[in-house]
Design a protein around this ligand. Structure first.
Ligand code: MTE
Ligand code: MO
Length: 153
């Protein structure tokens, strides 16, 4: 069973969907090759290091611009992170933008230099600076950008 879980984790990929319907599947191999950042996150009175690419860099693969600050109509874009147990959390796209906010939001695949705990699955969302771990989505499966559009339409 342990071997089977390891194989499942290694084969995990993340489904991405953009605001204009773009889709991409990010394999664990592609994920591992992305630039990554690391910071400490405290939850339940314990601090641990988490490491992985920024969420916004994943979303670049489905049309989110990362060469200029998030602005204009994209300020009404929301990002929905869904886990394999159905747990869901949202962010405003600008919250993920390093040109807008100092707090980093990552999809972690390592903690304290080790693979994540089994219960976290292959990927766990971690939002630097959050005072509680409610947005630390375990077992991240898919991430979607949705454009709320202009008011009244
Ligand atoms: N997939 C998934 N992630 C989740 C949850 C969940 O139910 N499912 N609960 C959240 C909440 S409310 C908390 S407090 C933390 C608890 O996770 P931990 O036991 O690893 O700290 O996970 C968060 N991430
Ligand atoms: Mo919670």
């Amino acid at each position: 069973l342990v071997l089977l879980q390891a194989a499942t984790a290694a084969a995990a990929d993340i489904q991405l969907k953009g605001a204009r319907g773009e889709t991409a599947t990010l394999s664990a191999t592609e994920f591992a090759a992305m630039p990554r950042v690391k910071f400490t996150f405290a939850a339940h009175g314990e601090s641990h290091d988490f490491e992985g690419p920024r969420l916004i860099d994943l979303l670049a693969k489905v049309g989110v611009p990362t060469d200029k600050p998030i602005g204009g109509a994209a300020l009404a874009n929301v990002v929905i992170v869904t886990a394999s147990d159905g747990y869901r959390v949202t962010f405003g796209l600008a919250e993920l933008d390093p040109a807008t906010r100092p707090n980093r939001v990552i999809v972690a695949d390592k903690s304290d230099g080790q693979p994540l705990r089994d219960k976290d699955g292959a990927f766990k969302l971690v939002a630097e600076g959050d005072l509680r771990p409610a947005r630390s989505v375990r077992m991240v499966q898919s991430i979607e950008v949705r454009d709320l559009g202009a008011a009244g339409r």
